[in-house]
Structure formats: structure tokens, C-alpha cells
Design a protein around this ligand. Structure first.
Ligand code: ANZ
Length: 922
């Protein structure tokens, strides 16, 4: 056999790895550990395209490398198996989402296994398996049974809180709790009814039931999280989303806001990622100020970060959802306000926040009093004020805030300058720290000091207090859907209770249809007699997609434990993920929720490490490279790119799989669509040249490349190398197969190093030469450095240069080729394994040791010195690298080549510049 045959070789080794369980990982705590994780995929019906494996290939290279370096490497894979598409399909077809999901997982696994990943499939997790979601439900129960103590800055058991209430009520409790939590004494607590106690505790529990304003998507029949909405539409399906008040399970993630912020400092994540999390958490220091309503016994509290601008307040605004709007609206303004409020309801929060240009609003007819200046100003309603942030009341300062300025201008409200030089409202932030004017006791101060002074004054007058606010809200945890984890809760007289731990998992019941019930209850409302102990109705919502993904990384550590979510010692051993690779789209959703749950589990001492992902790397997107044909208007005729200006044409996407180097395969195109069967083609130089463009890889644009096809044609090793060769891991880049042949050729060259001209396997046991050792060790050094720095694209040329060098040197020495194979094996494991076996090894190359480079071999051992006499180079002499100046001088002067230029004279000066030149002055 002469040619390398990937079709025979790759499946053979995949089979060998599987049969011999080569990638099995033991929890061997005597070895140093390394945990490499990919964000597990949602198994969509479309299968993988070449963009998906990019991160998986990178992580696979790192795990194989770390294994070769002697680490015990955890490199698992699993499936985020609950999700909307399978459920939508179930609604349309009646097929149980479990069946669809299973099928899709099979497809994914089939595709993944062809790429030759080193996953330990024995640790596979699927979030939709009852054996997995039993523990998701269990975590929910722990959260229900916990509260967050601000004093000790950690979660504690709810029993401890009850004990405190019994002893001293809640006046000394500093906890994360609902804003409307009343205070009570021990005596009052003891006299509470069971229902009152339960309701009070819900105000503290880390997961709680609450009436909340949510993003309701009528088309999907469910509530969506903020990160599932884009510009007022659902991310999946693009359906409109509206705000609605509903009873929901919530997660008190805000309790962890400070820790989620502080811990970021110690994580090895990119700055933009950290910044996105910081902005999402959005901690801001400000002040709450009380505005009394004129002639009414109502006080409105506004949250401001700029109390220094209090003298510039020319109106106050309420969010359209504010509870007191009716009471605050005068008879004359009633219709106008009602109309405005109704219209505002249908705008999503995101739209309202991002829309800074158009301002709208309506006067309530009421007035409020400025708590510091005593001035009376109008009270308005506007949707630029969000109900859920701060207090839902804003003091309008047109001279200092752009939006307020636009508002005041539009509605003819006064504008009072309070900071020097703010006349130019184009960029008011520029003037943030100017000097205060027209501001009573604040005059002359700079803005920073004025904020402090105004806060102090407000506190002194009892009209305000300093306040820290967060943008982040508690997370809605309920979904009105079928295909998710049931919430392990039942109701007795409207009070929620947890089911017994022994009754976990609470499995999804069968339903006749996957739609909401006629009365608008979630699909679980269709299950017949779905009651706890046959008596108490269960919670009917299910958990959101992010529940399972918030802790799956812990389950891989101890995937078959049926006693605990993870054994603590094992969790301590594997600890944080050392390298987590995934997309930037999870910057705020998944990555915050998992950090929250992991921190919580650490508080409860189920694990010891607070943060789940020590290092995070975001792989770039592989974009599609679309191809176009140019159709002549009104005819079934297509004209090649270069000639299209001679016709009136329209551009149509064509399938990239029937185009090579932008040349269309005309026969394949005719067969692609029945309507093109008889199409005519206008060619240039006998070819049809297509147009091209880089855009998202999507079925719509026919630019999706399936890894199966690439593997069929070139093999998995080529695909792996090629994906890495495309560019830096974190950069986005188009998939362009033009260069793939080069990579494939390189692997054939590697093959040929081990084979003679007749194609027979032939290696020698000769002693490596200096040049051979140098070529090899340069590559070892470079590749190890590159992998450690996740710079995979730069390793590929290094491998190529080395193979060329060895081939030039006609090196077929086993001593060299063996190490070359080992360092190549993380990238191209199949061919490496094949040649390794041919070398006579009986154990897998994955059990080998990554060679250490030896600096000695990299040293140049001699240096060629130009010898210049009176400025003219007269000879070149070679001396050992480590030879001293004096010795070089002696040798030069003694050499015959030089003697003839010296005319028997004694030199005036000899200057030896080490490793460069020798200058002789006569
Ligand atoms: C007066 C003022 C003057 C303000 C000024 C800003 C600049 P961050 O940093 O985001 O916390 N605000 C308060 N609650 C709001 C709500 N529910 N919806 C919309 N805007 C709200 O910003 C806090 C500032 O945003 C607050 O300070 C308030 O406007 C506004 F020159 O008060 B400020």
C-alpha cells in the first residue's frame, strides 16, 4: 500500500478506541488533574455544520496534549436535551419530544464520533434524562430551603432563619429578601398562621413564587428571559413579546450580585466577557429621594445617581406600570393617561431602553414637591422609565441628562442649568464633573463632592438615603411548556410545598397534546390526575432551558452517582473547569446562572469551589462563504460572473456544495432544482464563475458545509487540521475550502516520511543527525508553546516546515519520526495512531509521553565570522559558538587565510564582536 487511505484508517482507529475504552477517565486523585470542557450542544434536527466542531477540535487538542503531558484529563461531552424546537415539533406533529431528541442525539453522536474526539462517553450526560434531572430538581429543593445572609455573605439553611424568627423576629436579619417584606417580632411570627409563615418565608427563599412582570410571548405560549429576547421579539422564532404580570417561580440571583462581581477579578476570562457580565449586573451607587405629591398623602421615591442635580429637577416621571398612576391622575388627564399606559404596555423593556431618540409621555395633572428646594414640579408618565429598575420613578433634569433634555424640549418644560457649561446638550456626560451653579448650598462644588453633600443633606432632612442598585433582576424560572424539568412542588391550599426527596425524580407525565389547556394552563395541566400522593396538585410550569446547563459540568465528574449530585471528594479533585470553550452568546445567560448555582452549592458545602469556570475562551464563528449565480431577467438562463454586466440579472444563492473554487458544476446545478433542468448557461473561458460573499452559515443561504462530507472526502484529520489552520481560535472566519488540499497533501507527506519510493513502510534505526534533531526539537518547542497558548493555527505551519525539512534530509529515522508522531497526534490522531502501530507499538499513541524539547539541539554550535581588515572583508572563518574573544583573536591572527593580507605587520587593533564579525585595523 502506498497512498494513505483515510477511509479505511479512520474508522478502524475509532473502532479501536471505542472497543478498548481508550478515552475512559478514572477519578485518579493521585495524578494532577486538568478539566477541559466544551459548552454542550443542543441537539437540533439540523445536525452539526463545520462551524460547530471548531471549539470541540481545539479542546480535543488540548486534552490530548495534556494527557500526553501526564495529566489526568476530564474531557466529557453531553447534551442540553430540553429545548423549544423539539417541543414545537411535538406540537405540530404530536411526536413526543423525547423521541425527536433521542434521534437528534444519535445523529450528533454519529457526527462527533467521525471527527475522532477523545470523549469519555461513559460520562455522557443528557439534561432530559430523569437520572440527570433528578439532581436538577434536587438543586431546586436546596435553593427553596435556603436564604442568603448578607452578614456572612453566603446562603444558609432556611431552618436557621426560622430559628432566628422564633427567637427575635426579623428586625436583626440582614438578608436578601423581597422589598415589601414587613417587619415582625418573635411573638408575631409565632402567631402567624401556617399560610402567613409560608408566604413570609417565600420572601427570603432563594427560589420563590412571586407575582412578577414577565416577558410573555403569546405565540410560544411561554415566558422568556431577557437574554432570550432580541429587539422585542423572541430569539427563537422571532415572535413578539409583551409584558405581563404572572405568578412565577423566581431565582434570587440578585442575592449573589456582589459575589458574582467580585469573583470576576480572579477569573481568567477575556476583558469583554467580564465587562458584559459587569454591565449586566450593573451595580450603581445612588440615592433615593422622596417627592411629596401636592395635596395628596402620597410620597414618590425616585432613584438617582446624580443627587447633585436636585436643583435642576423640572419634572418627575413615573413608569407607565406604576401602581399609583390611577390615584395620581386628575380627572382632566384621565383619558390621555389611560391611552398612553395601554400603548406602552406592548413595548418590550429592551425597546424602551434602546429607543433614546423618540420620547413620549403624558402629564398626570398632579404636582410634586422637590424635597430640597421645595419647588413644585409637574408629574408625568413616560415609558422611558422602567418599572423594574430603581423605584420606577425618575427625577427629570433636562440640563444634565440627554433624554430628560429631549423630553423637556418636546413638552415645553423648564430647563435650569445646574452645572457650569452644560448649555451644549449634545454630550452632557462630558460635563459630569463641572462646578455646580444655581444649586443653593451646592454652588461652587464640583459634581463629585456635590453628590456626597446632597446625599448627606437628604439623609439629614429625612427625605432620602444612599442606595445601591443593580440592573440585574431575579431570574424568572417558570416556563409554561412541556419539555422541561417538572418543578418538584405541590400545592396544599395554595401554599407550595416540596415533594419528599425520596420521591425524586418527579418525572414528566404523559399528555395527549403538547399545547396549553383550553383554560390557558401549561401543557402539564393536561396530565390526568397528576397529583402528589394522588391528592395535591403539582406545579404545572416546568424549568427553563438554563436549569440543566447551570450545573451539568459537575455531573460529568461523577456521572453515575445515584446517591449524590457529585461526591464531594471527587468534586474537590476535579474542581473548577480549567478551560471552558464556547460561544460569546452565553455571556450573560448561561455563564451567570451557572456561576450563581455553583456559588450556591459551595455555600451549602456540597462542593468546595465557588467558581465553575477558571478560564474561559470564546471561539469565533465560522461563517459561510456563499455562492451566487446570475439569472437573466425573464429567462431560464444564467450568465457567468464576468459577463453579467452585459445582461439584466438577479443574484441567486446556489448550493456551495456544487461549486469548487467558485466554478459551478453545471450538471449538478441542473439536477439541483427541477426548474433548472433545461437552463442555459453563458460561460467565460468554458467555465461558469460564481459570485461569492461571506455571511452567516445557514440553510437559507445554501452555504452550510456538513462535516460528514468533508470527512468523506478528505478525512477527519485533514478537517481537524484545516479548521485550526483557518485562523486564530477566537477570530471569526469564513469557511473556504480552497486551502484544504494543501493540508491534505501535508498529511500525505508525513505518510511518505515513513515509506520508501515504492510505497513500502521503511524506517531506520540510525542515529539522528544534528540537523534532524534541530528540526524536530524546534517543532516540539513551538507546538507545546502554541497549545499552551491556544494558538493552534500557528502550529500547523510548524509541522509543515518540519516535515519538509525531514523530507529534504531524507530522514526516516525512527528516533525522530516517533516523537514527530506524538506531537502531531493531538491534531491528527488517526494517522498518528496508524503510523505508531506500524512502528511496532502495541499500545495506543494516546498513552505515549509528550517529548520535552532539548535547548542543546536548538543551539547553533558554530558561527561563521566575516574577517574584515581595514574595513574590507577578506575571509570567513568558522568558530564554535562558545569560544571566547581572546581565543578567536588568537586563531584569526594565526590563520593562513588572514596572514597573506597582513603583510607581516602587527595589527594596531583587533575587535571581536561575538557572533557577528572580527575587525582588524592595521
Ligand atoms: C437624575 C439624573 C440626572 C440622572 C442626570 C442621571 C443623570 P444607572 O447608572 O443606570 O443606575 N433612572 C432611575 N431609575 C430609572 C428607571 N426606572 N428607568 C429609567 N431611568 C431610571 O442610572 C441611574 C439614573 O437613571 C438615575 O439618575 C435616573 O436618572 C435614571 F444628569 O436621576 B438620574
Amino acid at each position: 500500500m502506498s497512498e494513505y487511505n483515510h477511509k479505511a484508517t479512520e474508522p478502524k482507529w475509532q473502532e479501536y478506541w471505542r472497543e478498548n475504552n481508550i478515552y475512559r477517565v478514572e477519578n485518579d486523585t493521585t495524578k494532577p488533574k486538568y478539566y477541559v470542557l466544551d459548552m454542550f450542544p443542543y441537539p437540533s434536527g439540523a445536525g452539526l455544520h463545520v462551524g460547530h466542531p471548531l471549539g470541540y477540535i481545539a479542546s480535543d487538542i488540548v486534552s490530548r496534549y495534556k494527557t500526553l503531558c501526564g495529566f489526568n484529563v476530564l474531557h466529557p461531552m453531553g447534551f442540553d436535551a430540553f429545548g423549544l424546537p423539539a417541543e414545537q415539533y411535538a406540537i405540530e406533529t404530536g411526536q413526543h419530544p423525547e423521541i425527536t431528541t433521542k434521534k437528534n442525539i444519535e445523529t450528533f453522536k454519529g457526527q462527533l464520533s467521525k471527527i475522532g474526539f477523545s470523549y469519555d462517553w461513559e460520562r455522557e450526560v443528557k439534561t432530559a434524562d430523569p437520572s440527570f434531572y433528578k439532581w436538577t430538581q434536587w438543586i431546586f429543593m436546596q435553593l427553596f430551603n435556603a436564604w442568603y445572609c448578607n452578614e456572612s455573605e453566603k446562603a444558609r439553611k432556611i431552618e436557621e432563619l426560622i430559628a432566628i424568627f422564633e427567637k427575635s423576629g426579623n428586625s436583626n436579619v440582614n438578608a436578601a429578601c423581597d422589598d415589601d417584606t414587613p417587619s415582625f417580632t418573635a411573638e408575631e411570627w409565632k402567631n402567624f398562621s401556617e399560610s402567613e409563615k409560608a408566604k413570609t418565608l417565600l420572601k427570603y427563599r432563594l427560589t420563590y413564587l412571586s407575582e412578577a412582570l414577565v416577558n410573555w410571548c403569546p405565540a410560544l405560549g411561554t415566558v422568556l428571559a431577557n437574554d432570550e429576547i432580541k429587539d422585542g421579539f423572541s430569539e427563537r422564532g422571532g415572535h413578539p413579546v409583551e409584558r405581563k404580570k404572572m405568578k412565577q417561580w423566581m431565582m434570587r440571583i440578585t442575592a449573589y450580585a456582589d459575589r458574582l462581581l467580585a469573583n470576576l477579578d480572579n477569573l481568567d476570562w477575556s476583558d469583554p466577557m467580564k465587562e458584559m457580565q459587569r454591565n449586566w449586573i450593573g451595580k450603581s451607587f445612588g440615592c433615593e429621594l422622596d417627592f411629596n405629591v401636592v395635596d395628596k398623602d402620597i410620597t414618590l421615591t425616585a432613584f438617582t445617581t446624580r443627587s447633585d442635580t436636585i436643583f435642576g429637577v423640572s419634572y418627575v416621571v413615573l413608569a407607565p406600570e406604576h401602581e399609583l398612576i390611577d390615584e395620581l391622575t386628575t380627572e382632566e388627564q384621565k383619558t390621555a393617561v389611560e391611552e398612553y399606559v395601554n400603548a406602552a404596555k406592548n413595548r418590550s423593556e429592551r425597546d424602551r431602553m434602546s429607543d433614546v431618540k423618540t420620547v413620549s409621555g403624558v402629564f398626570t395633572g398632579s404636582y410634586v414637591t422637590n424635597p430640597i428646594s421645595g419647588e413644585k414640579v409637574q408629574l408625568w408618565v413616560s415609558d422611558y422609565v422602567l418599572a423594574g429598575y430603581g423605584t420606577g420613578v425618575v427625577m427629570g433634569v433636562p440640563s444634565s441628562d440627554d433624554r430628560d433634555f429631549r423630553f423637556a424640549t418636546k413638552f415645553n418644560l423648564p430647563i435650569v442649568l445646574v452645572i457650569e457649561g452644560t448649555e451644549d446638550m449634545e454630550d452632557p456626560t462630558e460635563k459630569k464633573h463641572g462646578k455646580m451653579i444655581n444649586s443653593g448650598f451646592l454652588n461652587g462644588m464640583d459634581s463629585k463632592d456635590a453628590i456626597k453633600a446632597a446625599n448627606a443633606k437628604a439623609e439629614e432632612l429625612g427625605v432620602g438615603k444612599a442606595k445601591v442598585n443593580y440592573k440585574m433582576r431575579d431570574a424568572v424560572f417558570s416556563r409554561q411548556r412541556y419539555w422541561g424539568e417538572p418543578v418538584p412542588v405541590y400545592f396544599k391550599e395554595d401554599i407550595p410545598y416540596l415533594i419528599d426527596e425520596a420521591d425524586l425524580p418527579l418525572e414528566l407525565p404523559a399528555v395527549d397534546e403538547y399545547k396549553p389547556t383550553e383554560t390557558g394552563e401549561p401543557p402539564l395541566g393536561r396530565a390526568t390526575n397528576w397529583k402528589y400522593k394522588g391528592e395535591y396538585p403539582y406545579e404545572l410550569t416546568t424549568m427553563p432551558g438554563w436549569a440543566g446547563s447551570s450545573w451539568y459540568f459537575l455531573r460529568y465528574m461523577d456521572a453515575h452517582n445515584d446517591k449524590e449530585l457529585v461526591n464531594k471528594e471527587i468534586a474537590d479533585y476535579w474542581n473548577s473547569v480549567d478551560l471552558y470553550i464556547g460561544g460569546t452568546e452565553h455571556a450573560t445567560g448561561h455563564l451567570l446562572y451557572s456561576r450563581f448555582w455553583n456559588n450556591f452549592l459551595a455555600d451549602m458545602e456540597f462542593i468546595s469551589h465557588q467558581e465553575p469556570f477558571q478560564k474561559l475562551v470564546n471561539q469565533g464563528m465560522i461563517q459561510g462563504r456563499s455562492n451566487f449565480v446570475f439569472k437573466v431577467a425573464g429567462e431560464n438562463k444564467f450568465v457567468s460572473k464576468g459577463l453579467k454586466s452585459q445582461y439584466e440579472t438577479s443574484e441567486l444563492h446556489t448550493d456551495v456544495n456544487i461549486v469548487k473554487n467558485d466554478v459551478l458544476d453545471i450538471e449538478a446545478f441542473k439536477n439541483w432544482r427541477p426548474e433548472y433542468k433545461d437552463a442555459e448557461f453563458v460561460l467565460e473561458d468554458g467555465k461558469y464563475i460564481c459570485g461569492h460573499m461571506v455571511e452567516k452559515m445557514s440553510k437559507r443561504w445554501y452555504n452550510v458545509v456538513n462535516p460528514d462530507d468533508v470527512i468523506e472526502k478528505y478525512g477527519a484529520d485533514t478537517m481537524r487540521l484545516y479548521e485550526m489552520f483557518l485562523g486564530p481560535l477566537e477570530a471569526s472566519k469564513p469557511w473556504n475550502t480552497d486551502g484544504i488540499e494543501g493540508v491534505s497533501k501535508f498529511l500525505r507527506k508525513v505518510w511518505n516520511l515513513f515509506h520508501n519510493a515504492k510505497g513500502e513502510f521503511q524506517v531506520s534505526d540510525g542515529k539522528p543527525s544534528k540537523d534532524e534533531l534541530k528540526a524536530l526539537h524546534l517543532t516540539i518547542k513551538k507546538v507545546a508553546y502554541d497549545i499552551e497558548n491556544l494558538s493552534f493555527n500557528t502550529s500547523i505551519p510548524a509541522f509543515m516546515v518540519c516535515a519538509n525539512e525531514l523530507s529534504k534530509l531524507k530522514c526516516n529515522k525512527e528516533a525522530i519520526l516517533k516523537d514527530y508522531l506524538i506531537i502531531l497526534s493531538p491534531f491528527a490522531p488517526h494517522i498518528a495512531e496508524e503510523l505508531w502501530a506500524k512502528l511496532g507499538n502495541t499500545t495506543s499513541i494516546t498513552k505515549a509521553k509528550f517529548p520535552q524539547h532539548n535547548e542543546e539541539y536548538l543551539k547553533e554550535d558554530a558561527c561563521l565570522y566575516p574577517i574584515s581588515i581595514n574595513g574590507k572583508v577578506r575571509a570567513k572563518l568558522e568558530f564554535p559558538m562558545d569560544m571566547g574573544k581572546d581565543e578567536i583573536e588568537k586563531e584569526v591572527l594565526a590563520s593562513e587565510a588572514i596572514a597573506k593580507w597582513m603583510d607581516g605587520k602587527q595589527p594596531k587593533k583587533v575587535i571581536v564582536v561575538p557572533k557577528r564579525i572580527v575587525n582588524i585595523v592595521l
